[in-house]
Design a protein around this ligand. Structure first.
Ligand code: NAD
Ligand code: MG
Length: 391
């Protein structure tokens, strides 16, 4: 029987890697829906090639061009945020959540509400709404499989183990584009420099977040929410080669590491074939050729985002939604050339501090409405912080 699959964020880096795997094995899969943003040509070409039932662009203004690009095919076209949620509601056996940012939350929740398997690349879903997401999955009998490479690695290293035997989880980080820069040069880092990753080929936003380690900060929170583990048991380790994706330390002192080439098709393919394993077209590591793997502790002065994540986990409530939204806004401003690389953390800290003084906002029930309010508040605060600096 073919597996009915949907890819939310099909035109992005994770989406295209998912399509690469599905296209190699078309007999096993039938594609329900593909969604994208501005890249209509890519979306339409993939929808045609994979004979998708539906293609959706997030931008309502692009419905016309999408219809044109799909003319003569059997693929339905739709556009806008509501249509994205509708796409996630279409019955499917497996749904990839690979939209970037908080925009992935509502389609992800809609997918969970149909009780399906959600392959979760969109870490923002768990950072902004962890308890709501886990509750929704449980209520509808849905399964969440982590696709973030570190979380997939932890998941695999824990197979057959009980969470009560886990003492610590170590998430590795490459250290990003500026790991070896002199600290005093960081304020001068350009957009082009921040958009280059030493090991992984990913979307621009997560690549910049890797340079600032906001990505790892999000991942620590993601790990806490997904594995339900105390924050002090989650560690971050710089491992410049990106061959070990995570390590799980057990109460008897044994540590299980997950190794592989830095290629997202491993974590995606693992989730796609779960609970079985299938051959994947990823490079096999030759450890003797590598010779050595290296590790070091992250420097808090270089990566202030890691401390901010600790504050968020200690504060709880809706502070994850504030953190993520302020980070998204700060990143928008950096990409637009309006703040320096090192100012992003200052903007996020300002938003978190402001949210802390509006405790009603942070301590409100973790519902979609309140998450959207906290998100909006945080973006406004990050923007206000920037305006203050420029005065
Ligand atoms: P990307 O920028 O390459 O692709 C993002 C996708 O989302 C595109 O299809 C785009 O059209 C769509 N999109 C963008 N804004 C949207 C909006 N407002 N509404 C609906 N759709 C929108 O991003 P990516 O690197 O593939 O990352 C996707 C997600 O996976 C992110 O949450 C990221 O943190 C996570 N992730 C990515 C990688 C990686 O290797 N790229 C690794 C781990 C986790
Ligand atoms: Mg990751």
């Amino acid at each position: 029987m073919t597996r009915r699959v949907t890819i939310l964020g099909a035109t992005g880096s994770i989406g295209q890697n998912t399509i690469d795997l599905i296209a190699r094995d078309q007999g096993r899969f039938s594609v329900v829906a593909l969604t994208g943003g501005q890249n209509i040509a890519r979306l339409a070409a993939d929808a045609r090639a994979l004979r998708a039932e539906l293609a959706v662009t997030a931008d309502p203004a692009l419905l016309g061009p999408l219809r044109e690009a799909l003319a003569g095919s059997d693929v339905e076209a739709a556009a806008g945020p509501e249509a994205l949620v509708e796409a996630a509601r279409r019955p499917a056996d497996w749904i990839m959540s690979a939209i970037v940012g908080a925009a992935g939350l509502q389609p992800g929740l809609a997918a969970l509400e149909q009780g399906t398997v959600l392959a979760l690349a969109n870490k923002e879903t768990l950072v902004t709404a962890g308890p709501l997401v886990m509750r929704t999955a449980a209520a509808h009998g849905a399964t969440i499989l982590p696709v973030d490479s570190e979380h997939s690695a932890v998941f695999q290293a824990m197979l057959g183990e009980d969470m009560s035997s886990v003492e610590r989880i170590i998430l590795t980080a490459s250290g990003g584009a500026f790991r070896d820069w002199p600290l005093e040069q960081l304020p001068e880092a350009t957009l082009a420099q921040a958009s280059t990753h030493p090991n992984w080929d990913m979307g621009q936003r997560i690549t910049i977040d890797s340079a600032s380690m906001f990505n790892k900060a999000l991942e620590v929170i993601e790990a806490k929410e997904f594995f339900d583990i105390a924050p002090e048991r989650i560690e971050v380790l710089i491992h410049p080669e990106s061959m070990i994706h995570a390590v799980v330390g057990h109460i008897d002192g044994g540590m299980l590491a997950h190794l592989g080439a830095p290629d997202m098709r491993h974590a995606i393919g693992y989730a796609l074939n779960h609970p079985e394993r299938a051959p994947l077209p990823v490079e096999r590591l030759e450890l003797a050729k590598l010779g050595q793997l290296t590790f070091r502790a992250p420097d808090p002065a270089r990566y202030p985002a890691l401390d901010l994540a600790r504050q968020v986990m200690a504060r709880g409530g809706l502070s994850g939604a504030v953190f993520n939204a302020a980070k998204e806004k700060a990143l928008d401003l950096f990409i637009a050339g309006q703040v320096r690389f090192t100012e992003m953390a200052d903007l996020v800290k300002f938003a978190l501090d402001q949210a802390d003084t509006h405790s009603g906002l942070i301590d409100a029930e973790i519902s979609l409405d309140n998450i959207l309010k906290a998100d909006h508040f945080a973006r406004c605060q990050a923007e206000a912080a920037m305006a203050q600096r420029q005065r």
